[in-house]
Design a protein around this ligand. Structure first.
Ligand SMILES: NC(=O)c1ccc[n+]([C@@H]2O[C@H](COP(=O)([O-])OP(=O)(O)OC[C@H]3O[C@@H](n4cnc5c(N)ncnc54)[C@H](OP(=O)(O)O)[C@@H]3O)[C@@H](O)[C@H]2O)c1
Length: 290
């Protein structure tokens, strides 16, 4: 049995972890979000760690609005760098194992083959820059696993899947970019991976392997392909047109190619990662039930 602190527990990934707590009922979970535990507040964090014997932190808290980060750099830095630094320092003091989540947006997307964990980073915008600096802070604590993921969606929260489902009902025609490619990731798969690693670590401490890892669902597509698959699986009528990024201007630049190489985590944990289309169908089925 372990005590696990989840920060940002009401976000997509945090909610998927909450959803799995019954399956992992042997552990005690401290579920916190902004109102209960602001990771930028060192005194609040100290109070929590003084009052609870935490063994693992899963940091799901982040400033994730990629476009808003361009205009609110200070807040993005506060959450994605200072907040992570606070957690890493305290995790180090209290000898807590930490999971920290990062992003494909640390890369510039100029590549044409999947990025490995040691590929050079070069974030294009404020969000990616702050997430990379957050990784540097997280790595100051030696017992940290940093998992970079991409194109996260879930039945909870705000995400591309839910936006397309909504627009698909509201509009007769939409445009979606086809010149940005990556790998959609069902947050439920990532949540299960993290909790399984904790389970394994409870049986054998060497199961926890600090370092940077890449984890997404298997396969590659463009946002247009992703939208078309959502349409195909859910059956709305709206016409989806493939458009180029230059015809869909956004405040933040996004990487054109952000496919992550998952060999390291696959080998370390002997994983068979679900294919993105299968995981999408799983999420759509859950949405119907919700
Ligand atoms: N979403 C993606 O496509 C994507 C892709 C790659 C990597 N990631 C990374 O994956 C992780 C999880 O992402 P997600 O999509 O689950 O994010 P999310 O849905 O935006 O959830 C983040 C949560 O953190 C909370 N939060 C914000 N500031 C906080 C603070 N100072 N203290 C405590 N909590 C705070 C947010 O609360 P409010 O909502 O009230 O602000 C929200 O509940 C993040 O590290 C993200 O960078 C996400």
């Amino acid at each position: 049995m372990a005590t696990i602190l989840v920060t940002g527990a009401n976000g997509q990934l945090g909610s998927e972890i909450q959803n799995l707590t019954r399956e992992f009922g042997q552990h005690e979970f401290l579920m916190t979000d902004l109102e209960k535990l602001n990771i930028t507040s060192l005194p609040s964090l100290k109070k929590l760690f003084n009052n609870n014997k935490v063994e693992y932190i899963i940091n799901c808290a982040a400033f994730t609005d990629v476009d808003k980060a361009e205009e609110d750099k200070k807040e993005a830095e506060k959450v994605n760098i200072v907040g992570v630094s606070n957690l890493a320092k305290l995790a180090s003091n209290y000898q807590i194992k930490m999971f920290h989540i990062s992003t494909d947006y640390v890369f510039d997307g100029q590549g044409s083959k999947p990025y490995s964990e040691d590929s050079p980073v070069n974030p294009l915008g404020v969000y990616g820059q702050t997430k990379y600096k957050g990784e540097v802070e997280a790595r100051r604590h030696t017992q940290t696993m940093i998992i970079r993921t991409s194109w996260l969606y879930s039945k909870y929260g705000k995400n591309f899947l839910k936006t397309i489902l909504r627009l698909g009902e509201e509009k007769s025609e939409i445009g979606v970019v086809y010149d940005q490619v990556g790998s959609p990731t069902n947050a439920a798969d990532l949540a299960a991976l993290i909790l399984n690693i904790i389970d394994g670590t409870e049986r054998d401490a060497s199961y926890f392997k600090p370092g940077i890892y890449h984890y997404t669902n298997e396969g590659v597509c463009s946002w247009y392909d992703f939208a078309m698959e959502i349409k195909y699986q859910s059956g709305f009528d709206c016409k989806i047109n493939p458009i180029r990024t230059e015809n869909y201007p956004t405040p933040a630049k996004r990487p054109a190619y952000s496919v992550l190489d998952k060999k390291k985590i696959t080998q370390a944990y002997n994983l068979e990662i679900p294919y993105w289309r299968y995981s999408l169908v799983k999420c759509l089925n859950e949405l119907v039930k919700k």
